[in-house]
Design a protein around this ligand. Sequence first.
Ligand code: GAR
Length: 209
Amino acid sequence: QLRVLVLISGNGSNLQAIIDSCDDHLQADVVGVISNQPDALGLQRAHHAEIDTSCVIARKGESRESYDLRLQQRIEKYQPELIVLAGFMRILSDDFVSQYEGRMINIHPSLLPKYTGLNTHQRAIDAKDTEHGASVHFVTPQLDSGPVILQARVPVYAEDTAELLTERVYEQEHAIYPIVVKWFAQGRLEMKDNLAFLDGELIGPSGFA
Ligand code: GAR
């Protein structure tokens, strides 16, 4: 069983999707959940699933380096083999990210490299995109970049609101994130030279299709 640690900041619906798939022979165990927000709903989800939780809350005026060091110390207590960012809304320092190169993944609600950052759904609507989606990628120092592993696409309709589109994308996020965790648990995924490989085959820039 792969030891998985999940970092969250809020709702935790992706955490829930991963917990639920662990029950279905994911070959992985969520050994802990860490939040930077004490009131994150995801912490309750973890309690409910009897998963150990902990909070690392930024202190007033604390530097990114200091926070990341405390986060790293907390993470190490769980001895994780994979770190899953699931709506963890902090930018991580380069040093932190380098520690976990090839062992940390993130999900982002856009078809990367499009729309890094926030408000991705509204931005896709404003740009009159006809498709949108979500991407799971290895984490590298640049925000929401790093080699894409798997993407899911959804249509954008003329009458869409950000809320409708968010729901449509969420459904896909919950489908693809557990798949990627499973691939990792099976030892099928690897990051090398800033590129992602599945079963030794290079995954293209828009993910494994
Ligand atoms: C998800 O939509 C995830 O893709 C996004 O935050 C949401 C968290 O939802 N992540 C980012 O925007 C990262 N840049 P959740 O807490 O219900 O899993």
